[in-house]
Design a protein around this ligand. Structure first.
Ligand code: AMP
Length: 430
């Protein structure tokens, strides 16, 4: 026996997760398609990687990052393996590269959901979508420039204006110890001015203190030493080259000498796209940079990588703030109005769909009046009507619908049924 309705549990999507219904879902797909198009024009091929991996793939991202220490969704599977849902894509892309060894430089783009157990709030979800691109196997700083330019073209194509590119370098691994010492000395001399959380971060990785968005830390961070004073000649030259490249391509950027990124693996170029129309806590619409060592740590060669990930939801919020890239208005081309007892409604819809025309119709044996109302509401430019008269004469009626421009759709015509597809296509082409 089925349970009574009072005993049934009512489920809701979990905190930090959402259902995207049409047309929001189509807007997201359009954004991903736009990104895919730009990436493929630039010679990137798509990678579809698993949504979960061995936990170790992600712990390699860094012991001092929140993403790893607090936010991973991890569990044990039936085989006793420690598994985690991906919190981002870079580690999976590096793992795939180490495993598959494609020709270098390997250029891969991706799109899909990532998972982090964060405190859910506006623009911060537990399942969120990213699009991104990575290049593995080359040190050439022109690739850094090309990646930034790809993201920039993508934003431009969406129509976004209020996004600022913040650019920095983190130097080479060998530049780091002296800089870390200087940071440690700076923060330790002013420990009282740091939040408790930042003091803990300082113990693990002083660089990550710079990433604190907590207001009380801001003043001390603004006074911290900058990496550019500690760069090797090579790292300095590479950073110069990236800036020259961006200038040559007329991609505007702002130098942000205290910008660091989430991963412990970042070296040299780092960047972030900030949505200037968004609240500070959620204004990072995307970011990326160079990383060394991650591929090797995942069992591959000592090959460097560079890439970025853009948050789809945040990008759409930035679009909202700019009033661009509206949700599409999906309508079908033809609405079938069938008031016969037979299968005409089914058949006409199928015939048109097989001919490549988008079609919908009403169900549940509605009256002519109700169906015409539905046709109007649908926004379809054309109705195909079949009633008993049309059926008897083996015909259908075509009625152009009232359009948004006020053009009235009164001139209904009766045509032989076997001409329907041709005539419908002619009318739609006008
Ligand atoms: P990250 O790897 O943290 O730099 O994330 C890259 C981008 O993904 C960010 O700039 C955001 O746009 C987006 N993002 C990260 N975490 C979340 C989240 N919890 N909810 C929504 N978007 C996120």
């Amino acid at each position: 026996m089925s349970s009574t309705s009072s005993a049934r549990q009512k489920f809701q999507a979990l905190p930090g997760t959402r259902d995207l219904l049409s047309p929001t879902s189509e807007r997201m797909r359009a954004l991903v398609n736009t990104f895919a198009d730009e990436a493929e024009r630039a010679g990137f091929g798509q990678i579809v990687s698993p949504m979960f991996e061995d936990l170790g793939v992600f712990t390699r991202l860094g012991e001092s990052t929140d993403v790893v220490t607090k936010e991973l969704y991890d569990f044990e599977d039936n085989g006793g393996r420690r598994i985690a849902l991906r919190p981002e894509f870079t580690a999976s892309v590096c793992r795939a590269y180490a495993q598959e060894r494609p020709l270098t430089p390997w250029k891969a783009w991706y799109a899909g959901p990532a998972f982090r157990q964060e405190k859910a709030q506006k623009g911060r979800y537990r399942q969120f979508d990213q699009v991104g691109a990575e290049v593995i196997g080359s040190h050439d700083p022109d690739l850094d420039t090309e990646l930034v330019a790809l993201a920039d073209r993508f934003y431009r194509r969406l129509g976004l204006r209020s996004v600022t590119l913040l650019l920095n370098t983190l130097g080479d691994a060998a530049d780091r110890p002296r800089y870390l010492d200087a940071l440690r000395a700076h923060f330790n001399a002013n420990l009282d001015a740091l939040t408790e959380q930042s003091r803990i971060t300082l113990e693990k990785n002083p660089l990550r203190v710079l990433d604190s968005k907590r207001p009380p830390d801001a003043e001390l961070i603004a006074a911290a030493p900058v990496i550019t004073d500690f760069l090797s000649v090579e790292a300095g030259a590479a950073f110069e080259r990236v800036q020259q490249g961006l200038t040559a391509l007329e991609v505007p950027f702002t130098l942000a000498p205290r910008l660091v990124r989430g991963l412990d693996y970042y070296t040299r170029t780092t960047f972030e796209f900030a949505g200037t129309g968004l609240e500070a806590a959620q204004n990072a619409v995307g970011g990326g940079g160079r990383y060394d060592g991650l591929v090797a740590d995942l069992g591959g060669p000592e090959d460097p990588g560079v890439g970025f990930a853009l948050g789809v939801d945040r990008t759409l919020m930035a679009c909202d703030a700019d009033g661009v890239f509206d949700a599409p208005n999906p309508t079908v081309d033809v609405w079938i109005v069938a008031v016969t007892d037979g299968t005409e409604g089914l058949e006409l819809a199928e015939e048109l769909r097989r001919a490549g025309v988008s079609v919908d119709r009403a169900f549940d044996g509605r009256s002519m009046k109700a169906q015409m109302k539905a046709a109007n509401r649908s926004g379809a430019p054309l109705a195909v009507i079949v009633g008993e008269d049309e059926l008897a004469a083996d015909s259908v009626s075509l009625r152009p619908m009232r359009r948004a421009d006020g053009h009235s759709g009164s001139e209904q015509t009766v045509i032989p049924r076997d001409q329907m597809v041709t005539r419908v296509k002619e009318l739609l082409a006008r």
